[in-house]
Design a protein around this ligand. Sequence first.
Ligand code: GLN
Length: 416
Amino acid sequence: MKSPVSDYLREVLDDLADDADGAVADYIPELMNADPDVFGIALTTVDGRTHSVGNDEVEFSIQSISKPFAYAAALTDRGFDSVADAVGVEPSGEAFNELSLEGDSRRPKNAMINAGAITTHSLLGSDTEQRVERALAFFSTLAGRRLVVSESVCRSELDTADRNLAIAHMLRNYGILEEEAHAVVEGYTKQCSVNVTARDLSVMGATLANAGVHPVSKERVLSRAVARQTLSVMASSGMYDAAGHWLTAVGIPAKSGVSGGLLGALPGQAGVGVFSPRLDSHGNSVRGVKVFERLSDDMGLHLMDVEPYGSSVVRDIRVVDRELVVELQGVIQFTGAENILDGLENDDSGTSTVVIDVGRVDRLSDVGRRMVLEGMRRLALDGRTVALVDPDGVLPDPDFGDGRYPEIRWSMGAKS
Ligand code: GLN
């Protein structure tokens, strides 16, 4: 059988192929040479499978889609506090090239607008070469191949970089930038000129969606906390002055770039990359935005549109051979654990033994684990014998927190 996922992406691509709204960016002269009709879509699941259609291998400069990844690198290298001293996390509600500074601190409002991204770039090393190499190496790890800077795009943008230079000078005036303005803008422009494809973007997005673990190499390239922070800032500010509309209508943390790239990362599910150079008035790819609207609607990918899963973790509670057997399943997080604890609280079976069977549990989050163990501890305090069935070891070292452990049974009926 051929998976229908690529056929679906092909249908979306074909439906939007004739849409010629918008215009190719012209403030960077080299970008005007882009073929406006090029159109590629790629989707990579957190398991590492990529489906792609159209011009998915055509290279273009990453531009502002570099910003979330440079932010992630800065958070990794410098720590959250020192990055927060330099750049905020509030949506600016303004265009990408606005000098949006916070009242007291004079920090740029966020790392997705140029002012914040120039500042973030400055945190990647102590000189231009080091900063560019840090960005390039990190983006390459994320893409899973060695990326290169488009020298022609970089030169073209540097020739016309007055506005970014003005922003950098102003930041330095306020003491936000320590480095010399020209050097930082040169490095930032190189960072923006790294060539990628729609496929690269989808893999890079899938790493963020996969809590920092690369979906193909399975290597942890970002901490969970850095991935979460980056996705949060993308969700609130990634689409500039269209961010609120984007979050409500599409609901996928995303970042656009003026060369026509658009990257989305849906936590726990997938990364999406689109390339189509014609832009709307916010500087976002017209067809890229429409692809995301379609995917969100057709495939239920809106962040706020989730299935309730709390009650489904309790597969069964029943008395077997005068023992209460609690059979759990799936992924246990806070709400699932709350449901389990509710089942135990309302149990009136009166059995002296309670068997917790996690044989069908895929995973427990940290809080899920703590809550289930606390439930077991309380059962023990009530004078009941607590047994655990955990053939796959999803609940290792099941210490109740007071030095006591459950009786371990590897399979039902076989007491250890
Ligand atoms: N390099 C571009 C700039 O600084 C990036 C802007 C963008 O992609 N929105 O103007």
